[in-house]
Design a protein around this ligand. Structure first.
Ligand code: GLC
Length: 677
């Protein structure tokens, strides 16, 4: 592994174990590096059959060739394939030449907190060009396979965040739950239907006027700890949201304190707070790059942890900006000119221009260039460090949890992220849409997200934006079955998508029950992946790099060391073709039937996969533990009551701990060899 330093890079904290600096430029795969004024470019030819893996949570396929990606944390609710950026900014990729090539695979990590552009065969089909500001650290990682390189990379960025085991339970969420009664009703409905569930999420309406660390006066302010306890009595942990922006309002304590202590991001004068609009209206943005401000913000979670809250989701931390005070002023001036010009609109171009001005006010680059961070006394313009913001908000929380809840793990996941942030929390994949194409997107994102260090992850099951359908929710759940975070979440105003809103809720109950039966295995693979710098989800070609078909499969994944999952991704399909790179055991969970297994030879198979079953493949000579009986809560799972499913002779090394202690010594990490005999 080699590390090259260009200019004077900002320390991002992404790499915890840095190799010595190498002088000169990398020569691997005929790379060439050029620095021109403040622009740095790395180019390399791509050969026929090279696959480019990585870039974490972004658009398009597992193989990133053929598009331009921009590493820039973006509040992007429309993840259509024409986009270039999503919420994650994950600058790690691997170029894997085809089998038989005399070129070796290479991994690249661009350690740069600002915008990084990856043209991967977009301008020229056979060329990759990476461009960014000229201050960066470049890591070039060699290895025998893409998989080997991914593990080497993971070994230098530190261990991923360790979630509590209850975080593997099913979570129900929706933007729009407003009253205590709403929460009671949901819990009661799950309990009545005997549907397993561990968490219900609280979206922004639990706050007073969307002010962080406050409680809605009418609904929750009165005896919040009592309410949290009452939900616990129903077997539910409440998981509230925290947003990045702090409402600018005289009399709101958090705002006044942050303002007095100079903890908010400033305009160019380094004195006036930058004003951006988010859910509460005009808001100030905590300067998470300032360790004092971070500590201050983190300790505010206390009001909720003191009330018995054990987990949070951090949102709007790209930071999302609906507009800024200055941007709005400029728009008004433009609109006034437009309105006062009797000749306007002259033609369609005037209307396009009008649209661009109005639409462009959101998350505008101009705004990201207007504000500054105080990094150890040095003022840095936001756009230079943009991608760090979300991860440092997560760090603020997690550092504080170590003080506020020193004994126990706290559930934490974030929307925006960059590599390094994986040590402090998980991520969810943001505002996806109830589209079938977004099932496929999730399959593409999962391995790349794992490569970037994030293991605790998942998508809004059912889709967040727009109206979902029953079949889409079930298909989402068949993938979500394997993601550590299994949460159904939907946007305000969309069709209600809690499992019991649809016909035959027993089909949903059945799938969630199977998830709970798999949790001992899923959690074991999670602990192993943390310990051994491994990925939980991998493209087939990571384990079968010589197999030309496996190299092209983009709709199946390896899970852990035992499984291949092949979800159905299209509407009205009752099955699909599945490619098995080696002989495997098909495993089928169907209602009112014992688990069925059927050996399958290597090659292509048409596999029936109804909406209300769970199907996966156990790899040759392997087996996985499955709990005999489904529990209704993670804490009720009986780890002694496991059966091995797969090849009868195989054994499985099961890893477990108490699932809650923060201190690894107290958690009691241990391995048990399971066999069927
Ligand atoms: C953002 C989040 C979404 C949340 C909404 C309201 O869009 O991504 O999950 O429901 O804000 O808080």
């Amino acid at each position: 592994m080699k590390r090259y330093v260009y200019g004077t890079p900002i320390e991002t904290g992404a790499v915890v174990c840095k190799p010595e600096t190498t002088s000169g430029n990398p020569e691997d795969l005929s790379m060439s590096v050029a620095t021109k004024e403040d622009n740095w470019t790395l180019s390399l030819p791509l050969e026929e059959g090279d696959i480019v893996y990585g870039l974490g949570e972004t658009v398009r396929g597992i193989n990133k060739r053929g598009w331009k990606y921009i590493s820039w944390s973006t509040d992007e609710f429309d993840h259509s394939e024409g986009k270039n950026s999503l919420y994650g900014a994950h600058n790690f990729l691997i170029i894997a030449p085809k089998p038989g090539s005399d070129r070796k695979p290479v991994g690249l990590f661009i350690d740069q907190p600002g915008k990084v552009t990856y043209d991967i065969g977009y301008q020229k089909q056979d060329e990759m060009t990476i461009t960014c500001d000229s201050n960066l650290e470049l890591y070039v990682i060699e290895g025998s396979t893409a998989y080997d390189i991914a593990k080497k990379f993971r070994s230098i960025i530190g261990k991923p965040y360790l979630a509590p085991r209850f975080g593997f339970g099913y979570g129900q969420s929706r933007w729009g739950y407003k009253t205590k009664e709403d929460f009671y009703k949901i819990a009661d409905k799950f309990n009545e239907l005997n549907m397993p569930v561990d968490m219900i999420y609280m979206d922004i309406d639990y706050m007073q006027d969307f002010e962080d660390f406050t409680l809605n006066e009418k609904e929750f302010a009165d005896d919040f700890p009592g309410f949290v306890q009452k939900m616990k009595d129903k077997g539910i942990r409440l998981i509230p949201i925290i947003d990045a922006g702090i409402k600018m309002l005289e009399g709101y304590g958090i705002y006044e304190e942050g303002e007095a202590k100079n903890y908010f991001c400033k305009l160019e004068d380094h004195k006036t707070d930058f004003t951006g609009a988010v859910w509460p209206g005009y808001a100030a943005f905590p300067d998470f790059l300032n360790p004092e401000a971070r500590n201050w913000f983190g300790m505010k979670y206390k009001i909720l942890t003191d009330a018995g809250i054990e987990g949070f989701w951090n949102d709007m931390n790209e930071p999302a900006l609906f507009y800024s005070a200055q941007g709005m002023q400029e728009l008004k001036e433009y609109l006034t000119q437009f309105a006062n010009d009797p000749a306007k609109p002259v033609n369609c171009y005037d209307v396009f221009d009008l649209n661009d001005h109005v639409g462009g006010i959101k998350n505008s680059m101009k705004d990201y260039e207007r504000f500054y961070h105080n990094m150890d006394g040095q003022w840095i313009r936001h756009d230079k460090v943009h991608n760090l913001y979300g991860s440092l908000m997560t760090k603020a929380a997690t550092d504080a949890f170590k003080k506020l809840r020193p004994e126990q793990r706290t559930l934490m996941f974030s929307r925006a992220s960059t590599i390094g942030g994986h040590r402090d929390g998980g991520i969810w994949t943001g505002d996806n849409v109830s589209w079938w194409s977004h099932l496929g997107l999730l399959v593409h994102q999962l391995p790349a997200i794992n490569m970037s260090g994030f293991l605790y992850t998942g998508a809004d099951l059912g889709g967040f934006g727009q109206n979902t359908t029953r079949d889409l929710v079930l298909r989402f759940m068949q993938i979500g079955m394997f993601t550590p975070l299994m949460r159904n979440h939907a946007a305000l105003g969309t069709r209600e998508q809690e499992p019991y809103q649809f016909e035959h809720p027993e089909d949903f109950t059945f799938l969630i029950e199977q998830r709970y039966r798999l949790i001992p295995y899923l959690y074991s693979e999670y602990l192993k992946a943390i310990k051994t710098d491994d990925m939980m989800f991998r493209p087939l070609a990571f384990d079968f790099p010589e197999d030309p078909i496996a190299r092209e499969v983009e709709d199946q994944l390896l899970f852990g060391h035992e499984l291949v999952i092949a979800p159905v991704l299209e509407q009205n399909k009752t099955g699909r073709m599945v490619y098995l790179p080696e002989s495997m055991m098909e495993v089928r969970f169907a209602k009112d039937q014992p688990i069925q297994t059927q050996p399958r030879e290597a090659g292509w198979h048409y596999i029936c996969y109804p909406l209300n079953e769970l199907v996966f493949f156990v790899r040759n000579n392997k087996a996985i533990p499955v709990a005999e009986h489904s529990a209704r809560r993670v804490d009720e799972i009986n780890d002694q009551d496991l059966t091995l499913i797969g090849y009868p002779e195989a054994r499985y090394v099961m890893v477990a701990d108490d699932g809650i202690s923060l201190d690894p010594a107290k958690a009691g990490y241990h391995e048990t060899v399971l066999t069927n005999v």
